[in-house]
Design a protein around this ligand. Sequence first.
Ligand SMILES: NC(=O)c1ccc[n+]([C@@H]2O[C@H](COP(=O)([O-])OP(=O)(O)OC[C@H]3O[C@@H](n4cnc5c(N)ncnc54)[C@H](O)[C@@H]3O)[C@@H](O)[C@H]2O)c1
Length: 356
Amino acid sequence: MKLLVTGGAGFIGSAVVRQAVGKGHEVVNLDALTYAACLENVATVSQSPRYHFEQVDIRDAAAVEACIARHAPDAIMHLAAESHVDRSIDGPGVFMETNVMGTFHLLQSARALWERKGRPGDFRFHHISTDEVFGSLPDDPAVKFTENTPYDPRSPYSASKASSDHLVRAWHETYGLPVVLTNCSNNYGPYHFPEKLIPVIILNALAGKPLPIYGDGSNVRDWLYVEDHADALLTVLERGAVGRSYNIGGENERSNLELVETLCGILDRLSPRSDGKPYAGQITFVSDRPGHDARYAIDPARIREELGWRPSVTVEEGLERTVRWYLDNEDWWRPLQDRQGVGQRLGTGARNDKGR
Ligand SMILES: NC(=O)c1ccc[n+]([C@@H]2O[C@H](COP(=O)([O-])OP(=O)(O)OC[C@H]3O[C@@H](n4cnc5c(N)ncnc54)[C@H](O)[C@@H]3O)[C@@H](O)[C@H]2O)c1
């Protein structure tokens, strides 16, 4: 199959690109190469004759249209997005432009291509979204997000992703475009950009810096290893029912404090501090994120029962693999720490973007 993957130079998109090329698909990686992108993420497949790269900004409707028309893919997997909640608090404008309008441009171009091809039933527009569209859950293990949970986004990021989900469903209902949607929990793993919680903790620990935890660290997230997410996405692309959405999660709920303590324990074993003291001593509580959702947890029954998908690694295995990867790949993460905003406290609610 010829796949066009948007955001393929990012964290999850690059895992999809690597797996898809590995499975024999032809892949066009469409990415604007924003601050969050890194073409090294796809270095292992970039010499393949089945891999192509297009530097295109999805905010540019004409460029999107030309690229999709030129490559005429069999399926589009849409991951390109502004993805960092803290940045969305400081500067929501680009989240609306990329996540909402960019998705609109892709849908219009995908629809035009699909109609030119004669409306094939096996064409797919796969929209990759987040569990954050569902809002925040109470502290009750029996309550989880299902595909029927009403939308209740609470940050500019999640509101922009919720909007894009609605557009995708509307293009299916109105124009018949064969779409599938997925909403996934928090990912972690290799190539995670060093502004997100897990890499921040690993890299700050190694640098002897404070390990910042927002609020009291009680916020709960449901963690999934990125390679398992990519595998789930390709499963849904290949076997998901048209018009259907699938929640993807690892059933690995951890509070942020538990997660950081686990990472500290792994680091204590794999790369002990020179003074022999535990890394947990570097934990520092900082002011909370405005509107910080208390708990996310996915009920993955639909994808498990209908498509037979399950994660392949436990969170303990995945976190250990991730720590080892960062210990072995300083050449990857060191230069990224100089990118704009990385290492700074963002998203405190201060307007620093002149209203955008
Ligand atoms: N990270 C998570 O835990 C998580 C969980 C669930 C869903 N998601 C969703 O998965 C997708 C990928 O997330 P990620 O963590 O890999 O993000 P990321 O920030 O690591 O990568 C995003 C990629 O999109 C590209 N991009 C951004 N704006 C663009 C534009 N205007 N035009 C073209 N390309 C652009 C960037 O250059 C980058 O390569 C997003 O849609 C996100 O909402 C992420």
